[in-house]
Design a protein around this ligand. Structure first.
Ligand code: HEC
Length: 132
């Protein structure tokens, strides 16, 4: 009687252990999916070379960029229409950035084209998080 009680207790402990192993396996699988989605889609790692949230770097502060566009949809729209210099809200109102528009055009062609929505959403998410 008392033996089977102990056995029963052990089984519950084993079950709980298994549960937590299974849960962590699902978490790991989820992370892997997120990682591969990023690798095949869009990552802001290159943007970090020139942009920051909270201050200007080589390019303008992303907080300034987010403020100029208002929302990710509007920015994605400008990306989708070819990101023409005259359509760029930051460069349009700032001669210093306008003079460097070609730098960003290169970046647009190599990293943003084809990922317009993800890039715009990533920028607004970075501003919300306070860092890229
Ligand atoms: C080599 C430096 C460099 C890199 C890397 C870079 N940028 Fe820029 N970015 C600039 C410069 C310079 C400007 C200012 C010129 C301009 O606004 O067109 C700028 C401006 C911008 C603007 C504002 C455009 C406007 O004028 O309204 C957006 C949006 C932007 N970058 C997004 C990105 C994203 C997203 C990435 C990563 C894929 C990125 N940048 C990577 C240099 C860079």
């Amino acid at each position: 009687m008392s033996n089977s009680l102990i056995v029963g207790k052990l089984n519950i402990m084993e079950l709980n252990k298994m549960k937590s192993i299974i849960v962590s396996m699902f978490v790991a699988a989820g992370l892997m999916v997120a990682g591969s989605a990023m690798a095949g889609g869009f990552s802001t790692s290159t943007c970090k070379t020139c942009h920051e949230v909270g201050k200007d770097k080589v390019g303008p502060d992303w907080a300034t960029v987010a403020k100029a566009y208002g929302d990710a949809k509007t920015l994605a729209g400008v990306f989708k229409s070819g990101f023409k210099v005259e359509d760029r809200k930051v460069a349009a109102s700032n001669d210093k950035w306008k003079a460097q528009a070609a730098v960003m055009t290169g970046m647009f062609n190599s990293n943003i084209k084809g990922h317009e929505d993800e890039a715009a959403e990533a920028l607004f998410a970075a501003v919300k998080a306070g860092k890229i």
